[in-house]
Write a protein that binds this ligand. Structure first.
Ligand code: 4AD
Length: 540
């Protein structure tokens, strides 16, 4: 399973099994996935494009090398078992494994959590968990990785126990109660281990489990078995980083005197334009799943001050890119009396502080997921929309019709990513044309064609944050609604905020899955959420 959730897009172009190659065991498949990922990263980092044929060729090459290595290991193993001592050989032939039953010598030994095993050196204990991997070394030695509560410990069975029914028939992902004495391990990865003397299977895992997911599984198969895929190493680590990320966001925001609120996500009003909303039957009327909780956040800055929420937002756009979800986790914040310059500084500090903290607290997981991720440099590079238009011209980036991007063209995802991948550091893209952006964005004082708006772009992902100063003047907001031919009636409550004691304010929305993709080097956004929702997928 540890390989099945590989972030590498093995599933994208479902590779045919290489008939000439031996079926590789999970740890080799994991290395295959890592090798392919590295290959793709190298190509992307040099501005190249990963092609199906190039990728297949690379896969073949890696498989060939791994198969060679596996064969050599098997030869070594065969040599080792043929040189067993005569007494070993005699005992194994005279006692067939199927007849060996072991009993528990002392059922009163204390239960110890997997993570606490090192504290019990020399003691006999027992510990519950799932079997992550089983490695046989000859007939007399079996290594079992036991996993529970986010931790792993190596268990060792040898001699009669290694040949007993329970160990011989043990399968990965079975739940067991492992009994034995804690001893020092022999490797750095396993400094402590349980020398087993008795094992009880609590929940056996049928061997078919191995067939459900493997690196050749397509996206559909992986998503159908997402509930089992969660046991994989990469997805477990990604979900743990996600959990810590949400915690660090909250810690930062509470430290800056923010309050968390939870507005409803079933709404009547559009926020970002409305064309991309899911309509739902709400008793006897039609309602929508919200695109953004921003407008509701704006209603409590007068009472609570700085506010934020972390809630799902929904986008019904028929987009299948690797950065779009139909439901995503949206962190949104709104701050009264914060003008544009201070707002930009706030966003920069928010991102840098949280990311620095993440590098520290998720060191172990990030060393596996994204070991090259570097602390961010302040200040962020800032660029206006018009400078970006010029940058695209200077780099000869054209639209599909062969012409250059010009004001007030929207800069789509692809050129935007090219820009930030080329610059290769986070970029704050500012001052977007008013006609391109949402109705609530404040116009620039020096040029009303542009808005006090910002998108934060990061390499490999693109936009992770969108924010702006909000129009705080009642008449100006009414005028914008009129110009856009938007019915002001549904916005009466929103307009009241400007009528009854208005205040300048700013806010932003951050896509949690997108920032997680960036931090963990996850290629596709669906691998950054628990049960992704995108066009065509609504189960499990
Ligand atoms: O730029 P957006 O659309 O801005 C808003 O919704 C504002 N009302 C937010 C605010 O100011 N309170 O979305 C904000 C962020 C984007 O930068 C992106 O990271 C994420 O939300 N996002 C998505 N993430 C995944 N899938 C999608 N379909 C997303 N759409 C936006």
């Amino acid at each position: 399973m540890s390989t099945a959730d590989s972030k590498v897009e093995i599933e994208e172009e479902k590779t045919k099994k290489q008939g000439t190659f031996e079926e590789l065991p999970p740890e080799y498949l994991k290395r295959l996935a890592e090798g392919l990922k590295k290959y793709e990263e190298e190509i992307i980092s040099t501005g190249g494009k990963v092609t199906t044929s190039g990728r297949k060729k690379k896969e073949k090459e890696i498989r060939r090398n791994l198969t060679k290595e596996l064969k050599a290991a098997k030869r070594e193993e065969a040599k080792a078992s043929s040189s067993e001592t005569p007494s070993d050989a005699a005992s194994s032939s005279s006692t067939p494994s199927s007849s060996i039953q072991i009993t528990n010598s002392d059922p009163t030994a204390p239960e110890v959590k997997v993570g606490d095993v090192p504290e019990h050196l020399g003691e006999r204990i027992h510990s519950f968990g799932w079997v992550s991997s089983i490695r046989m070394h000859g007939k007399n030695l079996v290594f079992i990785a036991l996993r529970n509560l986010g931790k792993q410990v190596q268990c060792v069975a040898h001699g009669a126990l290694a040949k007993s029914d329970v160990i011989v028939n043990l399968t990965r992902e079975s739940t067991i109660d492992a009994w034995g004495t804690v001893q020092k391990g022999t490797t750095e990865i396993s400094p402590f281990e349980i020398l087993l003397d008795y094992v009880e299977v609590i929940g056996p895992c049928p061997a078919e489990f191995e067939q459900l997911l493997n690196p050749d599984s397509g996206v559909e198969q992986r998503m159908n078995y997402r509930h089992l895929q969660h046991r994989g190493d990469i997805l477990t680590r990604t979900m743990r980083v996600r959990s810590r990320l949400l915690f660090e966001y909250r810690k930062y925001l509470y430290s800056k005197n923010f309050e968390e609120v939870t507005p409803p996500t079933i709404v009547k009003n559009a926020c970002e334009g409305g064309s991309e909303m899911f309509a739902i039957k709400y008793y006897d009327q039609t309602a929508f799943l919200t695109e953004s909780s921003q407008l509701y956040l704006e209603t409590v800055i007068q009472s609570l001050g700085n506010v934020f929420c972390i809630l799902p937002s929904y986008r019904a756009e028929k987009s299948t890119t690797r950065r779009h979800l139909a439901e995503f986790t949206h962190l949104e914040a709104e701050m009264p009396f914060m003008e544009f310059d201070a707002f930009l500084g706030f966003i920069e500090d928010f991102i840098c502080t949280v990311i620095d903290k993440m590098i520290e607290v998720c060191k172990d997981d990030l060393s596996v997921l994204n070991k090259d991720f570097k602390p961010l440099q302040r200040p962020f590079k800032r660029m206006t929309y018009m400078e970006a238009i010029q940058w695209l011209k200077d780099h000869d980036v054209k639209k599909e019709d062969g012409t250059y991007y010009e004001y007030p063209d929207d800069i789509p995802e692809k050129p935007e990513r090219f820009l930030v991948d080329t610059i290769n550091v986070p970029v704050m893209l500012m001052r977007f044309p008013a006609c391109q952006k949402a109705f609530y964005m404040k116009k620039c004082k020096d040029d009303p064609l542009f808005t006090e708006s910002v998108d934060v772009l990061v390499p490999t992902v693109g936009e992770i944050i969108g924010g702006s100063s909000r129009i705080s003047d009642y008449d100006e907001l009414c005028k914008v609604l009129e110009e856009r031919k938007m019915d002001p009636k549904p916005f009466n409550w929103y307009l009241d905020l400007r009528k009854y004691g208005t205040a300048p304010h700013s806010g932003f929305g951050l896509g949690v899955e997108r920032i997680l993709c960036w931090l963990t080097n996850t290629y596709h956004i669906r691998d950054a959420c628990m049960y992704p929702r995108y066009m065509g997928r609504v189960t499990p």
